[in-house]
Design a protein around this ligand. Structure first.
Ligand code: 5RP
Length: 238
C-alpha cells in the first residue's frame, strides 16, 4: 500500500471514534488532512460536530469542506483531538512539530479529554530522536536561547546540531503565532522526560515538540494492517 493509502486507513479508523455532538480538535499535517477530508464527507452526510483547528492550514481545509469551526475561546474543552505525529514510541510518547504547529497542537491536545494519534508505520520508533526535535522559540535573544538549549540538553545527554527552520526561499519560517522553530538534531533521546524538564527551564523556549503523557491511543497503519497502541475501550471521561 502507498504511504498515502496508509494515512487514509489510519484516518478512517479514527473516524469510528467520532460521535454526534462531539467537540473535536483537528491536528495539522498530511495525515490529519486525510482525517479532515473523511470528516468533511461525514459532515456533508449529516454528522453534527464542532471543531477547533491547530493551524491556519487545517482551519482553511475544514472550512472549505463545510465543517463547523469554533475557537478555543468559544469552546475551551474538547472531547477528542485527532492529530498526526513525527515519531511515536511504544509508550505513546511523541515527537511533533514537523509542520511547525506544535504549540497550538499541544494547547489543543491538553484541553481535550482524549488524544488519538494517526500515522503510517514509518512513524513508529523504539527510541525517540531520529526525527529532529522541534522547539518553538521567540526571536528575541535567539543565540542566548540556543546556547542555553545546548547546555541544558547536554546535561541530560542530548547533543547535536540545532538549526533554525527556514522556508524554501531561505527566510526564517514563522509559526502561526509569529515565532521561530529550532530543529534539534539530538539523535537518540534516551530520557524524554528529563529533556522536557530541562527545556521548560529556558525562558526563550515557548514549547517543545515532546508530547509525553498526552496521547491516549495511536492508530498506526502498515502493510500488514492497523496496529493500536493504548486501549480502544477507554472511556472518554477518564
Ligand atoms: C505538525 C505535526 C504533524 O502532526 C506531524 O508533522 C506529522 O505530519 P504528517 O502527517 O504530514 O507526517 O506535528 O506540527
Amino acid at each position: 500500500m502507498s504511504q498515502d493509502a496508509l494515512k487514509v486507513a489510519a484516518a478512517e479508523r479514527a473516524l469510528t471514534f467520532v460521535e454526534p455532538g462531539m467537540s473535536l480538535g483537528l491536528g495539522t499535517g498530511s495525515t490529519t488532512a486525510k482525517f479532515v477530508e473523511a470528516l468533511g464527507r461525514k459532515v456533508a452526510a449529516g454528522l453534527d460536530v464542532t471543531c477547533v483547528a491547530t493551524s491556519e492550514a487545517t482551519e482553511a481545509q475544514a472550512r472549505s469542506l463545510g465543517i463547523r469551526m469554533s475557537t478555543l475561546e468559544e469552546t475551551p474543552f474538547l472531547d477528542l483531538v485527532i492529530d498526526g505525529a513525527d515519531e511515536i514510541d511504544g509508550n505513546l510518547r511523541l515527537i511533533k512539530g514537523g509542520g511547525g504547529a506544535l504549540l497550538r497542537e499541544k494547547i489543543v491536545a491538553t484541553t481535550s479529554a482524549r488524544m488519538i494519534v494517526i500515522a503510517d508505520a514509518s512513524k513508529k520508533v523504539d527510541t525517540l530522536g531520529a526525527f529532529p526535535l522541534p522547539l518553538e522559540v521567540v526571536s528575541f535573544g535567539l543565540t542566548a536561547t540556543q546556547n542555553m538549549i545546548t547546555a541544558l540538553a547536554g546535561d541530560v545527554g542530548c547533543e547535536g546540531e540545532i538549526r533554525l527552520r527556514l522556508r524554501p526561499d531561505g527566510q526564517p519560517l514563522l509559526t502561526d503565532g509569529g515565532n521561530l522553530i529550532l530543529d534539534c538534531h539530538f539523535g537518540r533521546i534516551e530520557e524524554p522526560e528529563e529533556l522536557d524538564e530541562a527545556l521548560k527551564l529556558i525562558p526563550g523556549v515557548i514549547e517543545n515538540g515532546l508530547f509525553l503523557g498526552i496521547a491516549d491511543l495511536a492508530i498506526i497503519a502498515g502493510d500488514d494492517g492497523i496496529s493500536i497502541i493504548g486501549s480502544e475501550d477507554d472511556d472518554f471521561d477518564e
